[in-house]
Design a protein around this ligand. Structure first.
Ligand code: 5RP
Length: 219
């Protein structure tokens, strides 16, 4: 099976977790896009969706799925999104598509986090995938120096990229993240950091992992 076929399988499997007559949160990226296309087939069963990026909002709307403003939503049954890396504790690196901040905000409102990915995303230790950190543009050099001082690694400015929030991204290369919760918290304490791509203090609840033998459900 190709990687896209595995992504499609997990997207189909995720439909099981869509709770009828509720609002759901929808992530960003190629796997999330497969999920949106599946969601379109049952769009009459949900009240609407909150999007984690402008790109996701556009795709939801193109399918006629109502897109709601998070400020008007008090309850969300589930948040469904992809990931760049996942460890055995379902701690994640996200933000390869640059939507990490809105993803984390939408997730915060959801009761359950279902992560969908192909098995290439499973790792023993997080960090091979460069860790994205969204920063306020004027702080990027300061933040990069602080990162090197505190964690090592090599922060690289994502070239020509501006987030939906008007900020920039530093991708930290060369990390071996043995304590993702502590690192997530400490990175967020650096002045100028908006958020970082570690989803460890709120990891996934369920990981639908696409393998050659079918979809594995990890909890
Ligand atoms: C976007 C993300 C994505 O979930 C992550 O990059 C995975 O993307 P894909 O499904 O295309 O592999 O965090 O900010």
């Amino acid at each position: 099976m190709t990687q896209d076929e595995l992504k499609q399988k997990v997207a189909q499997a995720a439909i099981e977790y869509v709770v009828p007559d509720t609002i759901i949160g929808v992530g960003t990226g190629s796997t999330a896009n497969f999920f949106i296309d599946e969601l379109a087939k049952i769009k009459g069963q949900i009240e609407g969706a909150v999007a984690s990026s402008e790109a996701t909002a556009e795709r939801l709307k193109s399918h006629g799925i109502p897109v709601l403003d998070l400020n008007s939503v008090a309850e969300m049954s589930v948040y469904i999104d992809g990931a760049d890396e996942a460890d055995a504790g379902l701690n994640l690196i996200k933000g390869g598509g640059g939507a990490l901040t809105r993803e984390k905000i939408v997730l915060a409102v959801a009761d359950k986090f279902v992560c969908i990915a192909d098995d290439s995303k499973k790792v023993d230790v997080l960090g091979k995938f460069p860790l994205p950190v969204e920063v306020i543009p004027m702080s990027r050099s300061y933040v990069a120096r602080e990162i090197v001082k505190r964690f090592g690694g090599e922060p690289v400015l994502r070239d020509g990229f501006t987030t939906d929030n008007g900020n920039v991204i530093l991708d930290i290369h060369g990390l071996e993240i043995t304590d993702p919760k502590a690192m997530e918290t400490e990175l967020n304490s650096i002045v100028g950091v908006v958020t970082n791509g570690l989803f460890a203090n709120r990891p996934a609840d369920i990981f639908l992992c696409g393998t050659a033998n079918g979809v594995e459900t990890l909890t």
